[in-house]
Design a protein around this ligand. Sequence first.
Ligand SMILES: [Zn+2]
Length: 201
Amino acid sequence: MENKGYSKIETFNEEATEQLTFHYRKVLELLGEDADREGLVKTPLRVAKAMQFLTQGYHSNPEEILRSAMFKEDYRQMVIVKDIELYSLCEHHMLPFVGRAHVAYIPNGTITGLSKIARVVEAFARRLQVQERLTTQIKDCIQNTLNPLGVAVVIEAQHMCMAMRGVQKQNSITTTSDFTGVFEKVATREEFIRLISAKTI
Ligand SMILES: [Zn+2]
């Protein structure tokens, strides 16, 4: 059973876990904490596992995910998967950015399982990222694997590095988008934007 497209890794690399635990203990000390106090004793280990979980995308192959569920189909209308929950880490601060991805494509003889689109988003999001590259990687992966008539990706996200530090623009949302093929036509792109903006269900 997939949990909103996010699958949990149950095993951690032992060597990496050990090294990360050692270094996160040092981080706590450098921040002025007492790494031996009760609440923090297991924190380095927990962080070591959490960070491996949050970067598990390095161990998945998004094109492989799509190829695992490709079907011949004559449907040539827009397929949209909207409001895909997105959790990533900005590579500049290693702080979270969270939001939603909306992905569309127009098949050219081949479709994929809808859950696979969400899994592709996850595979790229669970790495150190910038939102712009994440957007483009998702688009390229779908374009190169399914070879559709066009792909559209829009990501809306809030960056904790902006909300919690620096300029402290708590509510600002960053939107990025990238398109290929038929989505480069204004009419097609506008239909996509209208459909992802509509309140449904
Ligand atoms: Zn950042």
